[in-house]
Design a protein around this ligand. Structure first.
Ligand SMILES: *[C@@H]1O[C@H](CO)[C@@H](O)[C@H](O)[C@H]1NC(C)=O
Ligand SMILES: [Ca+2]
Ligand SMILES: [Ca+2]
Length: 168
């Protein structure tokens, strides 16, 4: 790296807190520091937030959307544990909460509202049971096992939002 490039990098780091500008092979690039906005917790490269106000699944999704997010998808057991731990840290009377899973479009076809494929699941024993033929939304922390259950979407629950890092 040329001395001028080093200087530019250091100067940029001092001047800007959201990233660094650097020069590589004749071009300038911008690299963001991957920091979640205030009030969001970074887990496995994404930003999560607990919303304590109980809402229907659809209103919870709309609320996440208003913050540039979606209801949370969960991709492995580590993420699930971290999401649970994140909430324990906050002050809440937390039990069940909405995640972004739903099979409202087609029975037994579970989709995440953020568009990611549902590979990892943590269903409780006997769930999803589509009770009454009308349960299409995914609640976490169900039962003593704190696993997943399908519930009626019009129930009011707290929720978890997820946000990807902002891109420029
Ligand atoms: C879920 O269960 C865990 C473990 O008991 C708890 O810490 C957390 O507060 C509960 N609620 C949510 C929404 O994760
Ligand atoms: Ca269903
Ligand atoms: Ca169920």
């Amino acid at each position: 790296m040329k001395l001028s490039a080093v200087f530019l990098l250091v100067f940029s780091m001092m001047a800007l807190t959201s990233g660094v500008r650097y020069f590589h092979r004749g071009r300038f690039y911008w690299r963001h520091f991957r920091i979640c906005p205030h009030g969001w917790t970074k887990i496995n490269g994404r930003c999560f937030r607990y919303v304590a106000t109980p809402m229907t699944w659809a209103n919870a999704e709309k609320n996440c959307l208003s913050m540039g997010a979606n209801l949370a998808s969960v991709h492995n057991a580590y993420e699930y544990r971290r999401i649970q731990a994140m909430i324990r840290a906050g002050s809440c009377s937390c039990r069940e909460a909405w995640l972004g899973g739903s099979d409202a479009q087609q029975e037994r076809t579970w989709l995440w509202s953020d568009g990611s494929p549902m590979r990892y699941t943590n269903w409780c024993r006997g769930e999803p049971n589509n009770a009454g033929g009308t349960q299409h939304c995914l609640q976490m922390n169900w039962s003593g096992d704190k696993c997943w259950d399908d519930l009626w979407c019009n129930h009011n629950l707290p929720s978890i939002c997820v946000k990807r890092f902002r891109r420029r």
